[in-house]
Write a protein that binds this ligand. Structure first.
Ligand SMILES: [Zn+2]
Length: 430
């Protein structure tokens, strides 16, 4: 059954998680609730504050960390002075490097590049230093005309940890009244808004608190517990991010990450013998990502079949396409063209077939294709797996309303390839 709200962490963060903040209160403000939750479910947590804010503020930070059970061994401070990070990037880099060597974190939480120069420096140095880790950017509330855009694409439900977060933030007595970011009203409202945005499905009347993050890069599989274990006629669909965040949007970071994850699953765990994909520029792009990232020997010689979905033309039957069987969708709105070669290549019907698409908008084309393989070509159910990278809308559901695919929704024009090169897809007009 659908689990709402989630009890387990939204993502697979790995075992050891490093939280980086420029100043003594940043971690608590941006991700204190998530840290509390991860401690509660048994993760190893490290707090690292990148500046020396003085003994009073360090004592406040230790008190905050102590609330969730972190002691001296789990919170660290660099010796770089507050406001001086930009002039001491090399020292910061060495410090991060030491933390990386010592703790080997799986996931790193870090500032998003907002308008604070120290936050920007921590972000820019961290993403270069932690190049094997999943990196999630967190948000510090700002009230400034120079406010920078924050595009979260994953949230962590902290409803059960909101009180803890407020208590952690309240430890920073010396900062009380200096800005809106430590105000309990701001913290509560921000977490409420993030929760509401993450549950922005039309029917949702849920209320709670969440922290939101932008996935800078995803190195590990996201194990979404959001919908419980995949339990559907549609097999396991694995992809980029986890939960809906701001519908009708699209994130290249997630597309790339999803392509890698789907690719790894298809080639390594499922051991596909052949792939069927649909035509489309995102699918082709994602395929290139897979070629770059995955072992080439698995890809070489792998048959890839192209299927096509086309609308049924009420004015008449479109001409047949040589080499393709025409299969009508159950909804009767379009048909799927399936290559005959697929059947000819495997008369025993024993091969493992992966169906991959970049996005599932209705799921109908994939369902049609899958049923053709099962009912007409008589493949075994266990030898077919479906994967998608991005799902625009959760319109693929089982008859009882449970989701039939995982839901991947996103929003930004920038993305970074898994091997580190930044690339930009400019918006029209830029
Ligand atoms: Zn700060």
């Amino acid at each position: 059954m659908v689990k709402e709200p989630p009890e387990l962490p939204q993502m697979d963060y790995g075992e050891t998680i490093l939280f980086l903040g420029a100043h003594c209160d940043d971690i608590e403000i941006g991700c204190g609730g998530t840290a509390a939750k991860l401690v509660a479910v048994g993760h190893k947590i490290i707090f690292a504050v990148a500046t020396d804010c003085g003994s009073e503020r360090q004592a406040e930070a230790r008190a905050a960390a102590h609330i969730i059970g972190l002691n001296q061994d789990s919170i660290f401070f660099s010796t770089i002075l507050d406001g001086k990070l930009d002039q001491n990037k090399e020292q910061l880099q060495r410090w991060f490097h030491e933390l990386r060597q010592r703790f080997e974190p799986d996931t790193v939480f870090v500032h998003h590049a907002d308008n604070n120069p120290d936050h920007q420096t921590v972000f820019s140095v961290a993403i270069r230093c932690f190049n094997q880790q999943t990196i999630l950017q967190y948000y510090i509330p700002q009230m400034d005309t120079r406010r920078t855009e924050f595009s979260p694409n994953v949230t962590e439900d902290i409803s059960e940890y909101m009180e803890t977060k407020l208590r952690m933030c309240a430890c920073h007595n010396s900062q009380a009244g200096k800005g809106i970011y430590l105000d309990p009203g701001t913290l509560t409202a921000t977490a409420f808004l993030f929760f509401k945005e993450a549950h922005s499905t039309p029917k949702s009347k849920l209320s709670g608190h969440a922290e939101a993050f932008h996935i800078h890069i995803l190195r590990r599989a996201v194990a979404s517990h959001y919908y419980g274990e995949p339990d559907s006629t549609f097999d396991v669909v694995r992809g980029a991010s986890a939960q809906a965040f701001r519908h009708h949007s699209y994130d290249w970071t997630n597309l790339v990450n999803g392509a890698v994850r789907v690719g790894r699953y298809v080639f390594e765990e499922f051991a596909a013998d052949a792939v069927i994909t649909f035509s489309g520029h995102s699918a082709i792009f994602a395929s290139l990502v897979m070629v770059k990232v995955l072992p080439r020997e698995r890809l070489l010689g792998m048959p890839v079949y192209l299927a096509m979905a086309r609308d049924i033309d009420p004015a008449g039957t479109p001409p047949p396409l040589p080499g393709f069987a025409v299969v009508r969708g159950r909804e009767g709105r379009f048909e799927v063209l399936v290559p005959h070669a697929l059947a000819d290549a495997d008369p025993e019907r024993k091969k493992n077939i992966a169906i991959i698409d970049d996005a599932i908008t209705t799921g109908e084309a994939i369902i049609t294709l899958k049923h053709y393989l099962l009912d007409t070509l008589e493949y075994r159910r266990a030898s077919i797996r479906v994967g998608c990278f991005v799902c625009h809308e959760l319109t693929t559901s089982l008859p009882d309303g449970r989701p039939d695919v995982w839901e991947f929704i996103t929003d930004t024009t920038a993305y970074r390839l898994p091997w580190g090169d930044p690339l930009w897809f400019p918006r029209p007009g830029q």
